[in-house]
Design a binder for this molecule. Structure first.
Ligand code: AMP
Length: 111
């Protein structure tokens, strides 16, 4: 979608602090982190929210969840929340589906 900020990040038209990427999805650091680890995972295709995604493309749900689990495992100590705000009244401000990976503990660097 031409006026979608996360579509522009996916397209490289707006910079992001990228964490990981695969064929289907992108992970980048939230610009306004609420916890020591705050990463957003987004499918590259535009869906409005997690309901739109889940009702229209179950394969894309599986791909996004698998990607989110990998990103969370690689960037936290294994204790995290994966949150999809859905709808304005639930706090959604960007209407391109995104999961928030939130954790108090980043993965410790291995020696
Ligand atoms: P939500 O309120 O669930 O829609 O979450 C939107 C999130 O996107 C917020 O946590 C914002 O801080 C974050 N955000 C907005 N613009 C950017 C951006 N350009 N780069 C990274 N994160 C962003």
């Amino acid at each position: 979608m031409s006026d979608c900020i996360f579509c522009k990040i996916v397209a490289g038209e707006i910079p992001s602090n990228k964490v990981a990427e695969n064929e289907h999805a992108l992970a980048f650091h939230d610009i306004n982190p609420e916890q020591p680890v705050h990463i957003l995972v987004v499918p590259k295709r535009h869906f409005t929210d997690v309901a739109d995604l889940s009702l229209n493309d179950t394969a894309a749900v599986a791909q996004l969840m698998n990607f989110a689990a990998q990103v969370a495992t690689e960037n936290t100590n294994g204790h995290f929340r994966l949150q999809f705000n859905t709808g304005e009244q639930a706090g959604q401000t960007v209407f391109h589906v995104h999961g928030h990976i939130l954790s108090r503990h980043a993965k410790e660097a291995s020696a």
